[in-house]
Design a protein around this ligand. Structure first.
Ligand SMILES: [Zn+2]
Length: 199
């Protein structure tokens, strides 16, 4: 990479941090952007800035939104009795697409001892505050990847939520062990939601 000027090296290094992008792909992107310096680049800069400036966490569920409340939390047709707890805001779209009609709570990650991520780093206080205030919630569905961090998080949550008068369930084992929710097809995920079991 030393044969390229510093601005190219810097951008390659940044793009390589994106999931699934290696050095060759990063370099291809940079040379594409150099050709698009007057068109795509300014639009990309604006879009990247608005990610930081225009988005904020929803007051209730902590997903990304441009308003105080996100579309799901504002939608009166949503079933207020079921709350699906997920790791990332991305999972809201995945589980919504699988036909889930309730509401969500985004923890912002999973408990991961290997990565030094403890419960304090997660949106747990907002979840418990929500359960205390909103008595229409009767069931909490834990929808995490069936991997070690997901299992640790679900175990922690099931203990934490014992203090509340809600049924706690988790997705059925239709999902392959170690599978990522993101890659499960909608029918499989929809089935795993329907066949959820109480913990
Ligand atoms: Zn929301």
């Amino acid at each position: 990479m030393r044969e390229y000027p510093a601005p190219i090296q810097t951008l390659v290094a940044l793009l390589e941090r994106l999931p699934g992008v290696g050095p060759k792909t990063a370099l291809r992107y940079v040379f594409f952007l150099l050709k698009e310096a007057k068109t795509t680049v300014p639009a990309l800069v604006t879009a990247l800035q608005s990610l930081e400036q225009a988005l904020r966490p929803c007051r209730l569920c902590r997903t990304y939104t441009t308003d105080e409340l996100c579309d799901v939390c504002r939608d009166p047709r949503r079933d207020p009795s079921t709350l699906c707890v997920v790791a990332d805001a991305r999972d809201v779209g995945t589980i919504g697409a699988a036909g889930f009609q309730g509401r969500f709570h985004v923890l912002g990650g999973t408990i991961s001892p290997l990565e030094g991520m403890g419960p304090d780093a997660l949106e747990l206080h907002t979840l418990t505050a929500r359960l205390q205030e909103d008595r229409s919630i009767h069931e909490v569905i834990l929808a995490f990847n069936p991997d070690p961090d997901g299992e640790t998080t679900m175990l922690y949550l099931s203990r934490l939520l014992h203090a509340f008068p809600v049924k706690v369930s988790r997705l059925a084992r239709g999902l392959p062990v170690g599978a990522d929710l993101e890659f499960a097809d909608e029918a499989t995920l929809g089935d795993a939601i329907k066949r959820r079991w109480e913990v």
